[in-house]
Write a protein that binds this ligand. Structure first.
Ligand code: SF4
Ligand code: SF4
Length: 344
């Protein structure tokens, strides 16, 4: 285990920038977000959690796949290659680190491998960062009800936690071990630090964000049972604006659209984030739309995460990060909906 003074984080950041691309939380007008760092002093670990999830490090909001010229033969089209330097994704909270495993199922775990996602995953070293179990959780968070600890190192290559004025860093994977041993700005941690680290991980497991327990099989079945109970879905979606904010901030939402954008003869085939909460998400070429009503779309989102995903892959597609609740303009809280569904 290694450590550094919290106030010397910019030295560590500068060292990582010398080895590749550093993506870390920076303070912006509306809150913190992960950004590619150009000045080591931008890195700021005094945050609770970022506004947007870190998924865009692997799955950018827009991404070009193919560039072409309409006046040329189709075989002249050029695939956009990724020439990545090593990437260091720094300061990822445990619930967000868990989300990458869920996203891996879709982008590389089911047989059809997305090469863009895979290459970015392979190029990236994840520095997880514990929540402080001595500080109350934001009211929107519910990761503990999904069995994710406030200081769980799983999903990280190197796991970090704050101890007073110091930052402790522990390698979790061989990739993390190799990198950690090469960072000369760090010093060896003491036995006391190691004990503190283990105690904090354990404390993170008894830390509660909310108190209702969610059994994935029970909620999956319950949602199937009430799928056709229209009055329930109409009631819980009454205020929803179909704005899609909840899906764009979510670390486990992965829907996208593929579109072609042309300017004169030049064209690009591009992937852009999409969302099941949008009216035209299910609009078919015939003009038919199977989900014209708001309740049908919100029902789809909840049932996909908490029922269909459990049936198909065995896990809930939500990590309880609370971003959807924090960012919903009308205060719709996904966990309260799950809680209400269990009582139906
Ligand atoms: S559904 Fe909400 S709480 Fe769950 S992972 Fe997505 S943003 Fe976080
Ligand atoms: S953020 Fe709120 S209002 Fe917007 S689509 Fe999601 S649930 Fe509906």
């Amino acid at each position: 285990m290694k450590k550094t003074n919290f106030q010397d984080i910019s030295d560590l950041a500068a060292q990582l920038m010398g080895k590749g691309t550093l993506v870390a939380p920076v303070k912006e007008v509306a809150g913190f977000n992960f950004r590619e760092i150009s000045d080591a002093k931008q890195v700021d670990l005094n945050f609770y959690n970022t506004l947007m999830s870190p998924k865009s490090a692997f799955f950018p909001h827009t991404e070009d796949f193919v560039r072409y010229d309409k006046n040329k033969f189709v075989l002249d089209a050029q695939c956009v290659e990724l020439n990545l330097k090593p990437v260091f994704l720094f300061g990822v909270r445990p619930c967000d680190a868990k989300s990458f495993e869920i996203m891996d199922i879709h982008f590389s775990g089911t047989g059809a491998v997305d090469p863009y996602w895979k290459k970015r995953r392979e190029a990236t070293t994840i520095f997880g960062y514990a929540f402080d179990p001595n500080t109350p959780a934001d009211g929107a968070d519910f990761y503990s009800t999904l069995n994710i600890g406030a200081a769980d190192p799983e999903g990280s290559d190197i796991f970090m936690m704050k101890k007073g004025d110091e930052l402790l860093l522990q390698a979790v994977t061989p990739k993390g071990e190799t990198l950690l041993s090469s960072l000369s700005s760090l010093v060896d941690a003491s036995k006391d630090d190691e004990k503190y680290f283990d105690d904090t991980i354990a404390a993170g497991h008894s830390f509660k964000t909310r108190f209702t327990c969610v059994d994935e099989k029970v909620i999956a079945k319950k949602l199937e049972d009430i799928f056709l109970k229209t009055e329930f879905w109409e009631k819980i979606s009454d205020a929803c604006l179909s704005c899609g904010a909840c899906t764009f901030v979510c670390p486990t939402c992965y829907c996208f659209d593929i579109c072609d954008e042309t300017l004169f003869s030049k064209g690009v085939r591009r992937r852009v984030w999409d969302a099941c909460m949008f009216t035209d998400f299910t609009l078919e070429a015939s003009g038919h739309n199977p989900r014209t009503k708001v309740y049908q779309r919100l029902r789809q989102k909840i049932c996909h995460k908490y029922s269909f995903h459990v049936r198909k892959y065995g896990v809930i597609s939500c990590v309880g990060c609370g971003r959807c609740t924090r960012n919903c303009p009308v205060n719709i809280d996904i966990f309260s909906i799950v809680d209400q569904a269990l009582k139906e």
